[in-house]
Design a binder for this molecule. Structure first.
Ligand code: HXC
Length: 520
């Protein structure tokens, strides 16, 4: 045989193998995947990455198991497609579990492929996106599979705070398999497809007698509304992946970079007259803090994170003059913007993410305090509220706050206050810094006077009005320097932009330590 012939034969053999590996578990299983309403791993990757940028790694990997008939079920690449490419021109690593191969189950070989691509992402300082669709540990491989998960978890933790890690739930994730997504920064779920639970409905029924469907137990509503495990729910795989792309556009590639600037069309000196009238006269009347945020940030563009979980606090990403910031804000339109357990945990996690990735924090405050009640106390509001204090106090990124109305008690301190090293703290004239609301305060400090009075109602009203006049304003805090200035609401955007510019080269260091002991 001539050399040329032998080379062409080898080339043809390679092309055959490549063609085969593209088919995953075969045509029948690809059809079944489509019939389930799901895209294949490769179809998903091509939605995520810029056209023509995907470079696959390890398409020829095979699992090594010979037990339980697995020797007859070897598929090139095994049950995951891995590699790298670009999202909006920026390097991004990806792995997509392939449900058409043994239900996307995690073998030793699959774990090795995922670990390799995670290592490359870390070495090269670029985000990693995992597209999850898997029956979990490959049952036939036993400990090899479990240990594969362990290797992934270890890398998830090492990568935390170094590169952004995103998980997209596009199919099942059961048992310990849920913990890799749980260790990443953001979890997206496709409605009706993504499901996560530690123990499935069958086991629950056997152990506790409770009957519940897969979707009710671990679907997108369960996790984006009730548990807060997941951050985003999207109706389709396409809209989910485009949200992932949008999120990535706000994030730096790694913790050594600043977040990427975008071109800014919105003028930095844009005055917003509408904000001068947004706070209602009645302090108990709500308003929508989203209106404030949309009015102030570039082009009304605010990407809410955890939108449907603990809606009494808003967190998300936006830009000022094209530069990304993290926004934290009370939402007076929901439970008066009170800080409860879920709100504290939601905001603390977001503040720490922003701090890890050099994203400045802009905080809008209107908080009547922590939510009173035995269920909150027994649930550990003290421990969970402390997380938010910890997160703000530890954050070394620029921290700017705008007090729009209430800042009562401990909640005043928690929300990026001067004492927690807030860099710039502004208040609108409607700001009220106090230990508590007027009625509560008057009933404590004037209790006996009110009890002895002939007309307690009238006296209470007078004392409330006196308290409001003397204490419920931002000027005492401003006279102590706890508030840097009282500003016109309409000029908030300009003030924030100037503060961000001033703080662009902020230096702040933590004392040397292994790590703090955040009250988890
Ligand atoms: C091997 C698996 C598998 C697994 C599914 N398959 N899960 N093979 N190991 N874990 C195979 C099926 O045998 C089937 O093969 C194919 O994948 C598709 O699965 P179906 O059951 O037909 O699909 P569907 O009806 O959509 O149900 C999907 C499912 C179900 C809900 C994921 O397969 C399931 O419950 N699987 C087991 C889930 C589980 O309990 N995993 C272990 C979790 S514990 P054929 O050849 O018939 O097409 C865990 C520990 C991690 O992961 C620990 C970390 C520390």
């Amino acid at each position: 045989m001539s050399l040329e012939n032998s080379t062409s034969k080898k080339h043809a053999e390679l092309l055959d193998k490549k063609a085969l590996s593209l088919k995953g578990g075969g045509d029948k299983r690809v059809d079944a995947q489509h019939k389930r309403g799901k895209l294949t791993a490769r179809e998903r990757i091509s939605l995520l990455l810029d056209v023509g940028t995907f470079e696959e790694l390890d398409p020829l990997v095979l699992h090594r198991s010979t037990d339980f008939g697995l020797e007859n079920q070897q598929y090139l690449g095994d049950a995951v497609v891995t590699g790298y490419g670009e999202v909006n021109g920026r390097l991004t690593f990806v792995y997509a579990q392939d449900f058409t191969v043994l239900g996307g189950s995690l073998s030793e070989a699959v774990a090795n492929k995922i670990c390799k691509v995670m290592d490359r992402a870390m070495d090269n300082g670029a985000p990693i996106v995992g597209l999850i669709d898997s029956g979990g540990a490959r049952i036939q491989e036993g400990v090899d599979s479990l240990s594969g998960y362990g290797a992934i978890f270890q890398r998830n933790v090492m990568a935390s705070g170094v590169i952004p890690q995103i998980s997209v739930m596009m199919g099942p994730a059961a048992g310990g398999a849920t913990y890799s997504p749980a260790l990443t920064d953001f979890i997206f779920m496709v409605e009706g497809l993504g499901q996560m639970y530690i123990t499935g409905p069958d086991v629950i029924k056997a152990v506790t007698g409770e009957e519940i469907s897969h979707e009710d137990l671990g679907g997108s509503e369960a996790h984006t509304v009730k548990s807060g495990v997941a951050h985003f729910a999207e109706e389709t795989e396409e809209s989910c992946i485009s949200k992932v792309q949008k999120l990535l556009s706000f994030l730096p590639q790694n913790n050594m970079e600043n977040p990427p600037p975008a071109s800014a069309a919105d003028p930095s000196d844009r005055y917003a007259e509408s904000l001068n009238k947004i706070i209602p006269d009645n302090p108990n009347q709500p308003y929508n803090m989203l209106d404030v945020i949309h009015t102030v940030v570039d082009s009304q563009d605010f990407l809410q994170v955890h939108q449907n979980f603990a809606p009494n606090i808003l967190v998300g990403l936006a830009r000022f003059e094209g530069n990304p910031v993290g926004i934290v804000a009370q939402q007076p339109d929901h439970h008066a913007g009170v800080l409860d357990i879920d709100a504290s945990v939601k905001a603390a996690r977001f503040v720490r993410f922003c701090d890890a990735f050099n994203i400045p924090l802009v905080t809008f405050i209107d908080v009547p305090g922590f939510l009173p009640g035995s269920s909150q106390e027994y649930g550990g509001i003290i421990r969970h509220g402390a997380k938010l204090i910890f997160a703000y106090a530890e954050a070394t990124v620029p921290k700017i706050s705008i007090l729009t109305r209430k800042a009562y008690g401990g909640a005043y301190i928690v929300m990026s206050s001067k004492n927690l090293k807030g860099d710039i703290n502004y208040s609108w004239p409607t700001g009220q810094v106090a230990v508590m609301g007027a009625e509560g305060a008057v009933n404590i400090i004037h209790r006996s006077k009110i009890m002895d009075s002939d007309n307690p109602k009238k006296l209470t009203a007078e004392l409330v009005s006196e308290y409001e006049g003397n204490l419920m304003n931002p000027y005492i805090a401003a006279s102590r320097g706890m508030i840097d200035d009282v500003i016109e609401p309409g000029e908030t955007r300009t003030k924030v932009i100037k503060a961000l510019k001033m703080l662009a080269n902020k230096r702040d260091n933590m004392p040397p330590k292994k790590h703090g002991s955040i009250p988890l």
